[in-house]
Design a protein around this ligand. Sequence first.
Ligand SMILES: Nc1ncnc2c1ncn2[C@@H]1O[C@H](COP(=O)(O)OP(=O)(O)O)[C@@H](O)[C@H]1O
Ligand SMILES: [Mg+2]
Length: 294
Amino acid sequence: MVKKSGAYNGSSNYIVTDELRNAVNIAIALQKPLLIKGEPGTGKTMLAQSIADSMGMPLLIWNIKSTTKAQEGLYVYDTVQRLYDSQFGEGDVGNIKKYIKLGKLGESFLADEQVVLLIDEIDKADLEFPNDLLWELDQMSFYIPETRETISAKHRPIVIITSNAEKELPDAFLRRCIFHYIAFPDAEGMERIVKVHHPNLDRRLLEQAMETFYMLRNIPNVQKKPSTSELIDWLQALVVGGINPSKLKQELPFLGVLLKKNEDLDTLLSQLYGKNQNRGSQVNVHGNINRYYR
Ligand SMILES: Nc1ncnc2c1ncn2[C@@H]1O[C@H](COP(=O)(O)OP(=O)(O)O)[C@@H](O)[C@H]1O
Ligand SMILES: [Mg+2]
């Protein structure tokens, strides 16, 4: 960890645009949650880690699932354990505090130092979820009726919320956040990102791989376009497989690292080879594939 500086300055393993860095710093200054949207693989989750690294703060991650309820982020009262203890004569069942387990938001409030709290993939939960957290995120405190305790943030956490935009978020929630959309990186930005992960890549391999990658993203009707993380993995596969860069564009080795859906592989093959042709004819491949390279 680095020394605390009060502002986010990026980190060596994370490429950040000026706009994104500014959005982070505005959210910190205004003490508002930062809502980050963008396609999967555009570095939303990793941003929170980068902020924590850059500011020398611990990172707490609350992973949201379709079944997650807002309450779980505050605390849960483990009545089952208490019942168990009362039946088997274990523990001090009169001490309800013992059975109150703080969630990630609760933990972030009671941490001894300021932390970065990542609420990851908020759009996975139901529509009520963001609204149910408004008060706690505004006030940075909540009440536990079982113990008649109020938990207030010792240090206001830096809250980063990510969304893959599967669902629209409620207006009341959006109003309270600073918003930033991470656009899919252009080739230049992508090259910088790739170099963080593969600093010593053969120039020509990178060039050919990037062209192929963007070509695949250009093919219409691909449901799950390959993302940054898939490009990074693909490059690794190409290096390990000792692939000759000059063959890469036409042979598309390890395609399964980039396209993960059968339908997408079918879409690609039918675009490249034509619906009624089978995969043997290299002549046709060349003719068709070149349409998609810019
Ligand atoms: N700006 C970036 N700088 C460095 N690596 C990145 C960047 N964006 C994405 N990556 C790479 O892509 C992977 C996926 O990023 P992630 O944060 O999980 O995306 P998201 O949460 O948006 O789906 C990361 O593990 C990292 O390897
Ligand atoms: Mg993520």
